[in-house]
Design a protein around this ligand. Structure first.
Ligand SMILES: Nc1nc2c(c(=O)[nH]1)N[C@H]1C(S)=C(S)[C@@H](COP(=O)(O)O)O[C@H]1N2
Ligand SMILES: [Mo]
Length: 234
C-alpha cells in the first residue's frame, strides 16, 4: 500500500488547526484537509468530533511510581530507533499517514492520571502523556463504516483490536510519557496505548501501526486469541 507522507510544514499547520477545531464539527476540518470527498459515516463522525463522557482521573499526588509492573509477552523487548521511527495510520481512511516522532510531538499533548488494571491481579495509578488517537484519526480521515482500530506492535508478536468508540475517546492516548518522564523502553517507547477505558492487556506497547477497519480481523488480539475477553472494558 502506498502511504502519503505528510510534509512537515503542512503537517504542523494541520495539527495546529486540529487543535483549534475542538468539537466544532467537520466542515472546516474537511476544507483544511481538502480531501474528504465523502461525508463521514454519522456514527464515526460523531465519535471523532463530539465530546464524550470523560472517565474520572486522579490527582498527581495519587501516582504510584513503582506500582506499574512490566508485563511483556515478547521474548525480547523491542528496540526502536526513534530517529527513523514512523507511526503508520492506515486502513479505510482518506489520507494514510506515516508520521515521525517529531511530527507526533508537535501535536497537542494530553496528560492524565488514571488507574492501570492488569487481569493478573495488580493495578497502578499512572500519569500518561501523549497524543489523542482521535487527533491522529482526524488527520487520516476515516471512511464511512469504520468500526474498529487494529494495532500492531514492533516485533510482530503483539497485536490488538479495539471498538472505534473506545479508540476515539478523548482519553485514549498514544503515550510517550509516563509519570512525567519520557516513556521507558520496557513500558513501550516510543508509543504505547493508554486509556482509562480498557484493561491492561488492551494497551499495546511499541505501537507501529494503527489501521482503521470496518470488519474485525480473524486475529483479534494476542491474549484474546488465547481466550481473553475482546472488549476488555474497565
Ligand atoms: N506489546 C505488548 N504490549 C503489551 C503487553 C505485551 O506483552 N506486549 N502486555 C500488556 C499487559 S497484559 C499489560 S498489564 C500492560 C503492562 O504495561 P507495562 O509493561 O508498561 O507495565 O501492557 C500491555 N501491553
Ligand atoms: Mo496485564
Amino acid at each position: 500500500m502506498s502511504l502519503i507522507r505528510v510534509p512537515r510544514r503542512r503537517f504542523v499547520q494541520l495539527s495546529g488547526l486540529s487543535l483549534l477545531l475542538g468539537g466544532c464539527g467537520s466542515s472546516l476540518f474537511e476544507s483544511v484537509v481538502g480531501r474528504a470527498t465523502e461525508p463521514l459515516n454519522q456514527s464515526v463522525e460523531q465519535l471523532i468530533f463530539n465530546p464524550q463522557k470523560l472517565a474520572p482521573e486522579f490527582p498527581a499526588s495519587a501516582i504510584e511510581p513503582d506500582a506499574l509492573l512490566i508485563n511483556t509477552a515478547e521474548r525480547t523487548t523491542p528496540q526502536i530507533d526513534q530517529a527513523t521511527f514512523r507511526l503508520v495510520v492506515d486502513g479505510e481512511v482518506d489520507n494514510p499517514l506515516s508520521l515521525s516522532l517529531a511530527e507526533i510531538l508537535e501535536m497537542p499533548m494530553t496528560s492524565m492520571v488514571i488507574r492501570h488494571v492488569c487481569v493478573e491481579g495488580w493495578a497502578a495509578i499512572v500519569q500518561w502523556g501523549g497524543v489523542r488517537l482521535r487527533d491522529l484519526a482526524r488527520l487520516a480521515g476515516p471512511k464511512p463504516g469504520v468500526r474498529y482500530a487494529y494495532f500492531e506492535s514492533a516485533g510482530n508478536t503483539y497485536y490488538e483490536s479495539w471498538d472505534i468508540a473506545s479508540s476515539l475517546h478523548p482519553q485514549t492516548l498514544l503515550a510517550y510519557q509516563k509519570n512525567n518522564a519520557p516513556l521507558p523502553v520496557e513500558n513501550g517507547a516510543p508509543l504505547r496505548l493508554a486509556s482509562p477505558l480498557k484493561l491492561g492487556y488492551k494497551q499495546s506497547k511499541w505501537i507501529t501501526r494503527v489501521t482503521l477497519l470496518s470488519e474485525l480481523p480473524v486475529r483479534k488480539g494476542f491474549w484474546e486469541d488465547q481466550g481473553y475477553e475482546w472488549y476488555g472494558g474497565l
